[in-house]
Design a protein around this ligand. Structure first.
Ligand SMILES: Cc1cc2nc3c(=O)[nH]c(=O)nc-3n(C[C@H](O)[C@H](O)[C@H](O)COP(=O)(O)OP(=O)(O)OC[C@H]3O[C@@H](n4cnc5c(N)ncnc54)[C@H](O)[C@@H]3O)c2cc1C
Length: 393
């Protein structure tokens, strides 16, 4: 690893082997999965069997024990397939619920859930959002009543990635008044649980999104993740990896769109010359290149700081998430513009990138919530401000 290139030889070998996987197992199916809105459990099995889920997880639970740069290499390669939906489902399995189990789970929980999930034998999801509460995590209504030897769970969750496929869900539930929440590892074969797919999405067609229902679900006490009533604090501090991955994939998607725009601008002729000869197009390309570089610098800096400080890196992670997701949308929007009418068609893949990228400023904490977090830190109000604690950090 040099001072400018964070990737070691080991990371590069991983990148090459995952690139091969993307070429053979993913790229040939992209069109079919997207057009038919399919997310196949088989892909999870194949990813797990080859060890690609576990690259940054501890070896004792079946991971490779590498650092977060390994996850970056995998994410960058997957972005080359331009299938944001499937990528989101794979990340919603790996980088949303599993780091929390790795950080807070008991040995028994890690063996029961983390190990098979890293092998791709069990599919995981994270259930926080509800029909009436997204950014406002304190507004969660799904309740887990303490019944002595078990919890009784009632309520519903909305927009949950892998919601209808998941074998287990890291579930945020209310266990008291106000912001008193807890996290449970919920088995989806529990009687009283049901899930319906949500198909009417703008993009991310090849991801599974579900609405979940919990009716008098009996959950054993052993399902509690971390300490009871600490869920709110866990949600605030333990979900940085999804934002890092969003920053990395946003950067990669923007770069891919820039490359397509450059190629198209050189080939497409108008008024007797390639459109790349028009200064306005050239300057668009220059601005897109500046954005991509800025996105990469920020997101890489966030990864480096996260490796050093863990959840304590949340300021730079929030800055990267806010900046990259907005900029990536702008870059892809400009790439579509450079493609003219063809950009609006499915032929060049820009239309799909445009649909998929639109989620990035909403999912994993909206841009406004990122701004809220950053402003509280800048104004030195973090410790005292109860408002910040209400938002998902
Ligand atoms: C395809 C898809 C997949 C998803 N996957 C998952 C998943 O796997 N697990 C999961 O738990 N959730 C998931 N979500 C939900 C996602 O995290 C939420 O949609 C997001 O957090 C925003 O919540 P909301 O939709 O309730 O919007 P709201 O919170 O109602 O926000 C609406 C608008 O108000 C703004 N706003 C809210 N509060 C403030 C404030 N304090 N200051 C300024 N502006 C504010 C928001 O920024 C936004 O612009 C998914 C969503 C989608 C669409």
């Amino acid at each position: 690893m040099s001072s400018t290139n964070p990737f070691t030889e080991e990371h590069e070998l991983l990148r090459q082997s995952f690139r091969q996987f993307v070429e053979t197992e993913i790229k040939p199916n992209v069109k079919y999965w997207e057009e038919n809105k399919i997310c196949e459990a088989e892909v999870f099995k194949k990813m797990g069997a080859q060890g690609f889920f576990g690259v940054s997880f501890p070896e004792e639970y079946g991971g490779s024990g590498m650092d977060m740069w390994a996850a970056v290499a995998v994410s960058e390669e997957l972005s080359q397939a331009n299938i944001g939906g499937l990528a989101m489902s794979l990340y919603a399995h790996t980088y949303l619920p599993l780091p929390v189990i790795s950080a807070l789970g008991t040995e028994e929980q890690k063996l029961k859930y983390l190990v098979p999930a890293l092998k791709g034998e069990k599919i995981a999801a994270l259930g926080i959002t509800e029909p009436g509460a997204g950014s406002d995590v304190g507004g969660i209504k799904t309740i887990a009543e303490d019944k002595g030897d078990h919890f009784l769970v009632n309520g519903s969750k909305m927009f949950i990635t892998n919601g209808t496929m998941a074998d287990f869900i890291v579930l945020a539930v209310r266990t008291g008044e106000g912001h008193t929440l807890s996290l449970l590892i919920f088995d989806t074969d529990t009687p009283g649980f049901s899930a319906v797919p949500i198909h009417n999405k703008l993009g991310m067609h090849s991801s599974d999104t579900g609405q979940l229902f919990f009716e008098n679900c009996k959950v054993p006490k052993s399902a509690l993740l971390g300490e009871k009533d600490f869920g709110f604090y866990y949600i605030m501090s333990n979900f940085q990896e999804e934002r890092l991955i969003a920053s990395i994939t946003g950067t990669a998607a923007a770069e891919a769109a820039l490359e397509k725009a450059k190629k198209y601008a050189k080939e497409r002729e108008a008024f007797g010359r390639p459109i790349a000869k028009f200064q306005v197009i050239r300057h668009k390309i220059a601005k897109m290149a500046i954005s991509v570089e800025a996105c990469r610098s920020l997101s890489y800096r966030a990864v480096a700081e996260y490796i050093e400080k863990g959840p304590g890196a949340y300021k730079i992670v929030s800055i990267a998430k806010a900046f990259v997701c907005e900029e990536a949308f702008n870059v892809i929007n400009e790439a579509l513009q450079i493609h003219g009418g063809w950009g609006y068609m499915e032929d060049f893949g820009i239309a799909r990138s445009f649909r998929d990228i639109r989620l990035m400023t909403v999912g994993a904490g909206t841009t406004e919530i990122m701004h809220e977090i950053i402003s509280k830190i800048e104004m030195d109000e973090v410790r005292h401000d109860k408002q910040l604690l209400k938002a998902r950090v």
